[in-house]
Design a protein around this ligand. Structure first.
Ligand SMILES: [Zn+2]
Length: 260
């Protein structure tokens, strides 16, 4: 198990490096494939040894080798976050078929978190293809699962459609509160998480409300100013991915009679 977790850390850090490219370029409508990574300030292309996840940031002390411009701390942070969450997924799911959609969901949510936080958009080019892959993977895993407790295949498409429908209703009632990006993201989460998505959405709303109240109280935001909702959904969904079953049991347990 330990070698697998170390491998997942390395794969996670390398993937995180690519996520940084997506986070920077997708909102600017630039290709994520070409040109090769370069300093946005002086255009210096990065040597391979300046592009090693985590290591290069430390070696360069967070500055471009040519012009000395600071590299945003978001770069090593995204690499570390993706690496640590890949390890957590390995610990949670082991080397099973479920691990792969989990890794895809983790990386997608990291991209959505940082793009929505900065640009107030959730790109279709990320969410729609990933949603399609997610629902296909989960239906296939459910149909081939030998564990009788594994959720039925139809719970995944149903959870996606229901979540998107629920968010679409919210946008009709509060047109300024959320956008269609949130609707599509909620649908994607349902496709991956199945019935656990209820836990993810609930935690997202709870976190959004707490942070929103906190920002207003601290005078950082007015009652009417916009706060992107995608980051809260992303955090709620990650909690549901790792602890969805436990949180659901805990919640249902509150209504159990003491005799069981
Ligand atoms: Zn530079």
């Amino acid at each position: 198990m330990i070698p697998t977790l170390i491998l997942l850390f390395v794969v996670g850090a390398v993937t995180g490096s690519f996520l940084n490219v997506c986070i920077y370029r997708l909102p600017r409508r630039e290709s994520v494939i070409a040109p090769a990574s370069h300093c946005p300030e002086c255009d210096r292309p990065l040597n391979w040894y300046d592009n090693i996840p985590l290591v290069s940031y430390l070696a360069l002390r967070g500055k471009c080798r040519r012009c000395g411009t600071s590299i945003p701390v978001r770069y090593p942070l995204v690499e570390l976050l993706n690496a640590v969450l890949f390890v957590l997924a390995g610990w949670r799911f082991g080397l099973t078929a479920e691990l792969f959609p989990a890794l895809l969901l983790i990386s997608t949510l990291i991209v959505v978190f940082f793009i929505d936080l900065e640009h107030y958009i959730i790109p279709n080019i990320v969410v729609l293809p990933v949603a399609a892959v997610g629902v296909t993977a989960m239906v296939a895993i459910s149909l081939s699962a030998t564990d009788p407790d594994f959720p039925s295949w139809w719970t995944f498409p149903l959870a996606g459609v229901a979540s998107a429908g629920f968010f679409f209703l919210i946008t009709l009632i509060f047109p300024k509160g959320m956008g269609m990006g949130d609707v599509k993201l909620a649908g994607m989460l349902g496709f991956f998480l199945g019935r656990s998505v209820t836990v993810g959405l609930f935690l997202g709303f709870l976190l959004g409300a707490l942070v929103g109240i906190g920002l207003i109280a601290a005078g950082r935001k007015g009652r009417k100013s916009r706060v992107p909702f995608g980051p809260f959904l992303a955090v709620g969904a990650l909690a549901a991915l790792f602890f969805g079953n436990e949180l659901m049991q805990l919640y249902l347990g509150l209504f159990d009679s003491p005799e069981g």
